[in-house]
Design a protein around this ligand. Sequence first.
Ligand code: GN1
Ligand code: MG
Length: 360
Amino acid sequence: MEKYLDIIKKFKIDGTVEEVLPLGNGLINDTLLVRTNGLRDYVLQRINQSIFRDVELLQHNIDCVTRHLRAKLEAAGESDLDRKVLHFVPCQQTGKSYWTDGSNWWRMSVFIKDSFTYDTVDTKYSEIAGEAFGRFQSMLADIPDTLGETIPDFHNMELRARQLHEAVEADAAGRMSLPEVKELLAAILPWEQEMCKAERLHREGVLPKRVCHCDTKVNNMLFDADGNVLCVIDLDTVMPSFVFSDFGDFLRTAANPVAEDSPELDKIDFRMDIFEAFSRGYLSSAAGFLTAVERQNLPYAACLFPYMQAVRFFTDYINGDTYYKIKYPEHNLVRTRNQLALFTSAMSKQAQMAELISAL
Ligand code: GN1
Ligand code: MG
């Protein structure tokens, strides 16, 4: 705890710190809960600068988004705003929403009390989450600020495919000779062209970029004790992207009966009940702004995200585990197999997904 106190002092917080505890299970940043004797507790995060190269841009995006969402909620007469939109605490010296000593970047936000996250959700929660993510996108549709891409081409499948090819070529960790690696590569490659459809549609001028969340994992949504959505968290990746990002990434986590790193492949079956519930919720708030091309391609989005995640985990394994936090040496390989199994299952249900979407 001692090592954090000096950092916490840089921010304008109420009360005296009593405890600093680890929080959540993110794969990128370090996240801590700061308990105080005052009215509010806080979340302290060290931003992973090797991944988010331009932290000022990242915080600029977050400042714009939280300001815009807050103003919208306020105008709609909502109360309890500090629980419905993230509130970053200013730095004492600079007033900015982060503090840096030049090598590490930190930020603090108000901890949202009596809130819950879930790693798995039922159909009821999926529908609520779908409505909430659709509303999030629609509230941000008229944001006046220009947001930058905090990780350029973050969800660009062509880039992810290229990174895989480069990793294979470089073989930095000497893993390309492993039979299981060869086998996975052979299973991944045939789908590459088909999965790069979004970029083609964008080049043809029929698929727009909109402000998206880009990390709509189930556990990035806070619920209150009664099961109502409080707010969307983890805004690091909020940036212009295809709507597929938010639709696909939620289903990637929610429609998988097991965790993304579970080795129990035989349990993996893309859950159509979750797909239907989430789509119903999402379309109830997003139908107003979606184009026909976006809507028609939602089944593709449901397949794209497990595929892209498989490619990303696999690339990291080949590179020697330099990106995602791992708990054991084969972790990224297990994650790859899991995501590939989910992708295969989703692909087999594409026609059924399309029927459901057109019926909604
Ligand atoms: C990372 O840190 P976390 O768990 O919120 C990753 C996402 C992946 C996810 C896989 C910036 O998110 O894109 O989908 O892991 N975030 C970044 O669990 O790469
Ligand atoms: Mg996260």
